[in-house]
Ligand binder design. Structure first.
Ligand code: NDP
Length: 307
């Protein structure tokens, strides 16, 4: 199932369909939608843009994008419409009763998997083909090497529009289930947001002790880099349900997490997140897993085996 496209940036468009004739519509001109429209202009596409509120398309129109008079015209002009809205559900209010017959919608707005599935049904009932996407980079990464976007939906629709989507970011096809692109995206976001909140918590404790964010940056970077090794070492053991405590015992981890909690408390900063963290580790020890690996916490969190 792992199918990360190798084409990327403008190469994807020009290689597959001759960008001079290629048309695309972008609906939603927040920072992400504007970056997408700009990437298509760079790649030579005929770009049509539409946004709920006026005034966000000036730079794009100055560069040659066409401003649609309304959402109906926007969707009618190009077979492929890329949506970049606040969430997947904004699709309903945006498209309303627009005729979608024969249109292809690639909704690259973020949301939860079930809402992506419902939106796919809604669009397909109105005659559109529908792809879901989760973009893994900020607007500055669109069209750049290393950018990726999870895509899911009907395989033939993906194959037909893969080159166009690769203009934005290398597509990583996650299967026919329209919810899967969002599922993979949200899994990444779990990792991202917990790590980012951890960074803010560390900076708060650092500041309370007279240190700056810059002071701890080298160590924060090294810790972030080390996580890949932790994941890679643990994944096969987790999947094999091997939770032996040969290298790290949950009881040791729980004690370490208590030290973190008390360092924050002694520094006078908010401990809400760290208290919840410590409580989870305590539950693991109280459940009798103190001598096992901390990976026992996956079960404590309710994560049952995938097999
Ligand atoms: P913005 O919130 O800045 O823009 C959102 C767009 O959605 C605007 O066009 C806005 O229209 C429209 N919109 C907002 N609310 C509604 C509504 N109720 N009904 C219809 N349209 C609405 O978001 P971004 O451009 O930053 O991001 C777009 C998508 O990309 C989001 O789903 C986001 O999660 C995702 N994404 C963003 C990243 C980023 O770093 N920015 C990174 C990865 C993914 P209007 O101008 O009229 O308000």
């Amino acid at each position: 199932m792992n199918q990360v496209s190798t084409t990327q940036g403008a190469q994807g468009a020009q290689g597959a369909q001759g960008a001079q004739d290629a048309k695309v519509t972008i609906v939603g001109l927040g920072p992400m939608g504007r970056a997408m429209a700009a990437a298509y202009l760079d790649a030579g596409y005929q770009v049509t843009v539409w946004n709920r509120s006026p005034g966000k398309d000036a730079d794009l129109v100055a560069r040659g994008a066409r401003r649609a008079a309304g959402i109906g015209e926007a969707v009618a002009v190009s077979r492929l419409t890329v949506l970049s809205l606040i969430d997947v559900e904004a699709l309903y209010g945006t498209l309303g009763d627009t005729d979608l017959t024969g249109r292809v919608l690639a909704n690259l707005s973020s949301d939860v998997p079930d809402k992506a599935r419902a939106a796919a049904r809604w669009a397909e009932e109105r005659g559109a083909a529908y792809l879901t996407g989760g973009v893994n980079v900020p607007p500055t990464g669109i069209g750049q090497q290393g950018a990726s976007v999870f895509v899911s939906g009907p395989k033939e629709v993906y194959e037909e529009h893969r080159a166009a989507l690769d203009v934005l970011a290398a597509t990583d096809y996650r299967g026919a289930d329209p919810g899967h692109a969002q599922l993979y995206y949200q899994l990444n976001m779990i990792l991202f947001w917990t790590a980012y909140t951890g960074w803010y918590q560390a900076v708060a404790v650092a500041r309370a002790n007279g240190l700056t964010a810059a002071d701890i940056l080298p160590y924060a970077g090294a810790t972030a880099d080390s996580m890949r090794g932790f994941y890679a070492g643990a994944a096969p053991l987790i999947d094999a349900e091997e939770h032996g405590g040969e290298y790290e015992r949950l009881a040791m981890c729980a004690a370490s997490v208590e030290h973190v909690l008390h360092t924050a408390a002694d520094s006078g900063v908010d401990t809400g997140i760290l208290a919840a963290h410590a409580a989870l580790y305590r539950r693991g020890v109280e459940a009798g897993f103190g001598a096992d690996s901390s990976s026992r916490l996956i079960g404590i969190l309710g994560g049952t085996s995938a097999t």
